[in-house]
Design a protein around this ligand. Structure first.
Ligand code: HEM
Length: 128
């Protein structure tokens, strides 16, 4: 029985294709939307527009397809966010990655999120 359960378990894989990026982004924002701290910051967001932007952003980062054009920092400057929001954002992001993926790209995406969050915080005067 234990073996059966083990065989039925879906093995986690790395983030290798755009459909994996989509899974990661969708699951991450599901968490964000229902989060007490982060949810309100996203209340103005037009999801049908934002989600494909985020698929493009992360797939440019991880798969190198150059589908994202934009200036992410600029979008964050006017938001009512503090250090604690970054902490929570990173927590939920890494949790989402770990719950769904394992491997080199999964490690890379968490590292990149950390780096970018640090740059944003520094540029926003939040003392990363
Ligand atoms: C405190 C943490 C964060 C919060 C609360 C937050 C919130 C938001 C919100 C509300 C938007 C939509 C802006 C708009 O179109 O009006 C947005 C866009 C975006 N965010 Fe964040 N964000 C956070 C951290 C990050 C980090 C760490 C990254 C990257 C690793 C990131 C990447 C982006 C990108 C690429 C966009 C799309 C920009 C565009 O439209 O071109 N965000 N974010």
């Amino acid at each position: 029985m234990a073996n059966f359960a083990k065989e039925m378990k879906i093995e986690k894989k790395d983030i290798l294709q755009r459909k994996d990026i989509k899974t990661m982004v969708d699951k991450f924002y599901d968490k964000v939307k229902s989060d007490e701290l982060l949810g309100p910051v996203f209340s103005h967001v037009d999801w049908p527009h934002h989600l494909p932007t985020m698929y493009n952003f992360w797939s440019s980062m991880l798969l190198g397809d150059q589908t994202y054009r934009g200036n992410p920092l600029q979008k964050h400057l006017p938001l009512p966010i503090e250090k604690k929001h970054f902490g929570r954002w990173l927590e939920l992001f890494k949790e989402t990655v770990d719950e769904n993926f394992i491997g080199e790209k999964a490690d890379e995406v968490k590292m990149r999120a950390d780096t970018i969050a640090n740059v944003f915080q520094y540029r926003m005067g939040l003392n990363a």
